[in-house]
Every structure is written in C-alpha cells, then in structure tokens.
Design a protein around this ligand. Structure first.
Ligand SMILES: *Cc1c(COP(=O)(O)O)cnc(C)c1O
Length: 403
C-alpha cells in the first residue's frame, strides 16, 4: 500500500517547481508563482482520476472527513453511523463538527453491514459513513438504498482503498461525498494531506470555502474577500500538493503491482480449505492494498497471527487486539475522555455505543490482514507465500492434534 515506496525524481521535480518560486501557499501571490498552482492541479487530477465533477484537497484525511461532514450540513446533535472497524479518525471527524458517532456492526465485507445500519437509524441520523477498510469496500448499493429511503447523506471513507472500484465507479465517487487520505502510509502520499470528491456543486462550493476560513475566493485580492459563512483552516500547502501530483500519477502502476503481489499470495492460500477470504461485494474490484483472510475460529486466528510473525512474515495485522482500529480498544471514546467539556448532546448520544457488538466480534476475531508492499521482488512474494502457507498449516496441524 505505501506510496512512499515509490518516492523519487518525479516527486522531487514537482516540489522543485514550488521551491523555485517560493510560493508555498495555494492562494494569492499570483505574480510570483510563475503559473504553478499545485493544489489546484492536484484537485483537477483527482477529480479526473476519480470520475467526479469536483475535488477539494485539504491538510489530512481526517480534515477531509471533517470538511465533507461540514459541507453536507452535519453538525450539533446529528447522528452519523460508522463501523466498529475503522481508524479513530472516523469518530474524531464526526465529533469535531459537534455530531455523534454511532457505532454499527460490520459483516464479512469488514465494513458496515446494511442490515445493522437499518437498526442504527433514529430520527437524529443524518449520514452513513462506510469505511472501505484495507483495500476493499462496503455493499454500497444496499447502503445507498437505505440512505435514499431515509434521506441520509452517504459519505464514503476511501482512505485505505484508493483506486478500488464499485459498479464500475472509483470508490468515493458512488456516494454523495468521498474522502481520501494522503498521509505517509497511504497508497498515494504527500506526507500529510487529504482529498474530498463529490458531484454536488453545493457541497463542493461549501468545501472550498469552509477549508479556508469561509473565504469566498472571488476576485484577486484575498484581503478583500468576504465570508459567507464560518469556516476553518484545513488548507493543503503547495509543497504537499506537489508531492501528491507525482504520486497520484503513479496510482495505476501501484494498483497493478498490488494486484500482482496479492494474487500470488491469495493463490497460495487458496489451497488451504480452512482459510477463507473477506467478501468483496458484487461488482466490486479491490485496490489489493491488503489481503484479508478468515481463520475458522478466534483462537486459530490469534495463533496464526503469532505463527506468521515467527515465520518472518511481517506487516500482518490482527485488528481484533489492535489499539487504533477496533472499537474494543476505544476506551477514550466510550469513557468520553475529552480535554474540554463535551456538549450535552454528545455526552448523551455517545452512551448508545456502550454496548457489545457481537456480530463484529465474530468476524474481526477471525480476521488477519496482510499489507501488500510494492517493492517486493517476485521471488520475495513467492517466498512469502510459502512462509504464510507453512505458518498457517503449522497452526492448523497443531490444533487438529489437540482434538
Ligand atoms: C488514514 C485514515 C484516515 C485519516 O487520514 P489522516 O490523513 O491520517 O488524517 C481516515 N480514515 C481511514 C480509514 C484511514 O485509514
């Protein structure tokens, strides 16, 4: 997955353009910038690559989610449905606009279970936020039906699955809004950064203003601009955008490498009947950023994860015990540990999350995800595949001998 594996002369050239003229900010300073508008160029490229009318780049993936929510008019006391398996940024962004994150069960797609989403809807629900974890996706058509029926915003977090598609569309472009992260460990990186895509002129217009203090961006005198509404600063710098331009151009090459490496590993594991694979919804094509497998039981998954490490297979994750990505370790959210007073609405609303999520536990307890790297040689991937098979078989054989 990490684009930093392919950092090189292309990124350096784009950054050099910015260093040559010294304009590090995306707005203003037109006479000095010698025609270079890196953030704007990245937005054009992103909209184009993601087959969307509009793109807005911002300072992080978390900022992208925040600006997307704000642009959709989501705020104080509104409920946003999000999965139990995601990165902490999901609830951080929701809380930052004053809304309430409502945790909801996942299924074997490893993201929102549409049936569970229906149960989570209340009269306060304003949006559903599927998080396309680890290179694959939620059942978007089922979620869209639910959103259409209940008049909810569908906001896709595609931070970990850039380049994957659903129903022939790039992930992020199917819902009302889609978000990407360009942080240092993502498939496309610019150090820190994020992007929002949408086909809604209204959301796009609000997003570009909101991420820059509410500036209207009319005319050529920044100091004279008016502020049609309150905003904030989530701008991306020209230096970061420059790196992003070169990285985004590499996306299709990255996807091809990921698919090749993923397929070698998956083919090898397919010969083990006890190993099954994460469900990819019909019409979905993964970005192949990770290979996620299910073992028959939680014990076997935990032992397999250990055995993989012991066999020298790095970068495999057992999310169930992970601090960042699964609700079981989000004590600070459940206990409402905040530096300042949370609003009464958030305090009350968050209590809905103080429950068990057994269907999520059943799937996550059995899941192991392995990162697909770009710099592996074919020999290294083949060797990795045999080590994975060896590690998994050692655990399965041991468990059978116990029975
Ligand atoms: C990385 C990530 C984010 C946040 O992105 P940052 O750029 O690190 O703020 C949000 N959601 C998911 C699923 C992520 O993996």
């Amino acid at each position: 997955m990490p684009g930093f594996e392919l950092f090189g002369a292309e990124e350096q050239k784009e950054v050099q353009d910015v260093l040559d003229n010294g304009v590090l900010m995306r707005y203003g300073f037109d006479p000095m910038r010698k025609g270079h508008h890196k953030a704007l160029e990245l937005e054009r490229d992103l909209a184009d690559r993601m087959q969307s009318k509009y793109a807005q780049v911002v300072s992080s993936g978390t900022a992208a989610l925040t600006v997307a929510l704000a642009s959709a008019g989501i705020g104080s006391g509104d409920e946003v449905i999000m999965p139990t398996f995601t990165f902490v940024a999901s609830f951080e962004a929701i809380l930052s606009v004053g809304a309430i994150p409502i945790l909801c069960d996942i299924d074997d797609t490893l993201t929102l279970d549409p049936r569970a989403v229906k149960e989570c809807i209340t009269d306060k629900t304003k949006a559903v936020m599927p998080v396309h974890m680890c290179g694959s996706m939620a059942d978007l058509s089922a979620l869209k039906n639910i959103c259409d029926t209940h008049n909810l915003v569908l906001l896709e977090d595609a931070c970990q699955a850039i380049g994957a598609t659903y129903a022939g569309k790039p992930l992020g472009s199917y819902g009302d809004l889609g978000c990407f992260s360009f942080d240092y460990v993502k498939t496309v990186t610019c150090g820190e950064g994020g992007g929002i895509i949408t086909n809604s002129e209204i959301y796009a217009d609000r997003a570009h203003k909101y991420q820059d203090h509410g500036h209207d961006h009319i005319g050529s005198d920044r100091g004279a601009e008016t502020h049609p509404f309150l905003g904030y600063n989530y701008r991306l710098s020209e230096l970061h955008a420059a790196v992003g331009i070169a990285q985004l151009r590499k996306l299709d090459d990255v996807l091809a490498i990921q698919e090749k490496n993923y397929s070698i590993l998956r083919n090898a594991l397919s010969n083990i009947p006890e190993v099954t694979f994460r469900k990819v919804p019909d019409t979905g094509i993964e970005s192949y950023a990770f290979l996620s497998i299910f073992l028959p039981t939680e014990d076997l998954a935990r032992n397999t994860h250990k055995a993989l490490g012991a066999h020298g297979v790095d970068a495999c994750f057992y999310w169930y015990d992970n601090n960042w990505h699964y609700y079981k370790k989000w004590d600070h959210l459940i206990a409402q540990k905040s530096l300042s007073k949370l609003s009464q609405e958030i305090q009350t609303g968050l209590q809905q999350n103080n429950r068990s999520f057994d269907p999520s536990d059943v799937w996550m307890g059995r899941t192991i995800s392995c990162l697909i790297k770009l710099n592996w040689t074919e020999e290294e991937v083949t060797e990795r595949a045999s080590k994975m098979v060896e590690a998994i078989k050692s655990v399965l054989t041991k468990s059978k001998s116990v029975l």
